[in-house]
Ligand binder design. Structure first.
Ligand SMILES: Cc1cc2nc3c(=O)[nH]c(=O)nc-3n(C[C@H](O)[C@H](O)[C@H](O)COP(=O)(O)O)c2cc1C
Length: 356
């Protein structure tokens, strides 16, 4: 085995894995079966708990463990600054959204995600292999308690400065999230998320050179070539989101899953149009219209998320990808429509073949 494979193999084994392949946490796509099958094949399962209450988190973990698997991470966003509200702007957004879905109620922008501290307690009580952060760093006291409990902290970073800050705060590993990634960009400062768009090929070795902790590569990896490249660039493991979305266990609406198969890298865009925070989605009819010069500028997170909820719910019910929150990374086209365990096995076997 060469030094690249030795590093990846050793890191995987230190986490109880037999392959350095991690399912990315994806809020809104909880699908325990996707994590269970990933873990059965030797990878790491994941649950993004952002929209889940403590009881739902505990239930997810119980379902995962009942299947006889153990390696998983839980993930949530660190708290975001309170949004500044602009009633006139929100009215313009509601009027715009009324053309795309059901009428948006006046108070729709008031909804907030579940309580961060309660989620943190539920995640720690579950004793996962790791808890991962995105959008910022966990509070020092929580980091101390994670370490006492033997739970690893994976911290998402989109820049070298964020990676260094995460290491200084005690992160056990840094997730280098390239601009290719599907879903929200993890920049600590929302205002930097769209202007600062380092791709994984440049970001990953820069972070590897800047920190001493293991680095996990995320963004635009969806086949063995990508896994091999990320490991060759210094990653100790690879975290994949979009590349698992077409697995039957993900339970994605079929129009979204089908559109992923046809999407070239430039068929995705980073937009605030769904939640108010920049995230990469398919360049759907709604996303493009909301990005057009004559469209009202989106409200901040989570106000925009509340305002778009009726349209998103109707789109999901109607299996209409044109109005769906169809997150997608730039490698969407490579996502295989195969069972998750096969995907993990194929990714790792193919990467090992390439790396010799
Ligand atoms: C549908 C979807 C939901 C996501 N939700 C989260 C989340 O809740 N927390 C998080 O840290 N990252 C989230 N991400 C980002 C992933 O963790 C990861 O960075 C990304 O999927 C990697 O890029 P890829 O999609 O090209 O593989 C999400 C990604 C997708 C596609």
């Amino acid at each position: 085995m060469n030094s690249i494979l030795i590093r990846a193999d050793a890191y995987a084994r230190s986490l109880g894995l037999s392959a350095p392949i991690m399912l990315a946490p994806m809020a809104g796509v909880p699908a325990p079966a996707l994590s269970i099958e990933t873990a059965k094949a030797g990878g790491m399962g994941a649950c993004g708990v952002l929209f889940m209450q403590p009881k739902e988190i505990a239930d997810w973990v119980e379902q995962f463990r009942t299947a006889g698997v153990s390696a998983f991470q839980l993930n949530t966003w660190t708290p975001q600054p309170a949004p500044s509200r602009d009633a006139a702007q929100e009215k313009r957004i509601r009027e715009f959204l009324n053309r795309w879905g059901p009428e948006v109620a006046e108070g729709a922008g008031d909804s907030t995600p579940p309580d961060f501290n309660a989620q943190c307690e539920a995640m720690l009580a579950a004793r996962p292999t790791a808890i991962s952060s995105i959008m910022g760093l966990f509070p020092p006291d929580y980091v101390r308690r994670m370490k006492e409990a033997g739970v690893k902290w994976f911290a998402t970073a989109t820049t070298v400065a964020e990676a260094k800050a995460a290491q200084a705060a005690g992160a056990d590993a840094v997730i280098a999230q390239g601009a290719e990634a599907g879903g929200h960009r993890g920049a600590f400062d929302a205002a930097c998320a769209a202007p600062s768009m380092a791709g994984l090929f440049a970001l990953l070795p820069s972070i590897v050179d800047a920190v001493d902790v293991p680095v996990i590569a995320a963004g635009g990896v969806a086949d063995g070539r990508g896994v091999a490249a990320a490991l060759a660039l210094g990653a100790s493991a690879v975290m994949i989101g979009t590349g698992f979305l077409r697995c039957p266990e993900a339970g994605l609406p079929s129009s979204w899953a089908d559109a992923l198969a046809d999407a070239q890298p430039d068929d995705t865009i980073v937009t605030r149009a769904f939640s108010g925070r920049p995230g990469r989605s398919l360049a759907t009819l709604y996303a493009r219209a909301a990005e057009a010069a004559d469209a009202p500028s989106p409200a901040p997170y989570p106000v925009q998320r509340g305002l778009t909820a009726p349209m998103r719910a109707e789109a999901a019910r109607d299996n209409d990808v044109s109005r769906m929150q169809a997150w997608a990374g730039q490698a969407a086209r490579l996502a295989p429509a195969r069972p998750a365990a096969r995907v993990v096995e194929d990714l790792w076997r193919s990467a090992q073949d390439i790396l010799g």
